[in-house]
Ligand binder design. Sequence first.
Ligand code: NAD
Length: 374
Amino acid sequence: MTTRRDFNKTMIKGAGAAALMSTFPLSAACAPQSKKLGVALVGLGSYSTYQLAPALQDTQHCYLTGVVTGTPVKEKQWADKYGIPTDNIYNYDNFDAIADNDDIDIVYVVLPNSMHAEFCIRAAKAGKHVICEKPMAISVKECDDIINACNAAGVKLGVGYRLQSEPYTNEIKRIVREKPFGEVRFVSAEAGYRSRGNPDQWRLNRALAGGGALLNMGVYAIQGAIYGTGQNPISVSAQEFSTDPDYFKDTDESITAQFKFPNGATGSIFTSHSANVNRHYSAFDRGWLELNPANNYGPLAGRLSTGEEIKFTHESQQKLQMDDFARHILEGTPNCAPGEMGKRDMIICEAIYQSIAEGGKTISLDLGRMGIVG
Ligand code: NAD
């Protein structure tokens, strides 16, 4: 039996399409959106297992067809669960041979942060489009290396910022852009959770994570401050708080930072591995908006100063994100989370760490409109 997946694959390759025409409705066979891109996940940890792979079962424009894992036992588990052909299963050593695999169009790197650059660059050199999980890397230099490798290879690059494809976030952007409440004057964004389980996890290891709460959750708060004002900050000053130095030996526990924006607005972010915080607030001349929760997998919830709810039907954010990226490749729609966005956020993270190291000094930022989409 020919499944829809097989059919779409055939459409991508072209060969055999004519033979299948008679068994499928003409409209589906002719429509450009009937192409589906093949995705390989690199790193089969919790995000790939519980979010991305399930989401990729529901996507319209791409599908899960490959995996790259360093854990041999997962090869059979994933092959059995998702029908992944043996030829589309790689390990970290033979990964570069993915260049010869026409089933795989997109490589999605879902490894610890310090491994993003290496695997994104290898994927680009193999001629595959790349999605890099957040934070994009552990330094601005590594972000540049990824961007340059993708440009040199002529492949598309996206960052795994799922909220950029999600309706509540896009409603904030619309309100900021269309100004029904006037000019934005203040934004507050908080993102964090209480981490206490395993002291040996990679997220608490600077070499693997590159930083603590800031790189893990703080990037959501930074993103919120930016889409909640529609501008990049022109300066930042920051403070770090430590209450449990035994557990947080190597990485930052909680950080606050204050931003100034080009229109005179100010912003405040908080991120933590000790407090469950998940909120967005933008204040305008004549009103405000709030999301709470604002940055988890949803359903999100929001309200306006008018008393109205902000409400959208919940859909998997990962599904929306993956379809947006596939449509960017297939149809040239905007890239919702380009590499420049990930690099910009890393520039801000480095400025925050610099400010903390210099006793809260105000650090100037010269970002222009870098990474702002929509
Ligand atoms: P995880 O610990 O559950 O999985 C990490 C995977 O990397 C595992 O399969 C592990 O075997 C593999 N790995 C390879 N080398 C490793 C090493 N030296 N140390 C530890 N693991 C190693 O992590 P995760 O939660 O899946 O996170 C992976 C990436 O995805 C991170 O960059 C994280 O920031 C990102 N992430 C993003 C979101 C989001 O909402 N966009 C959510 C969760 C995680």
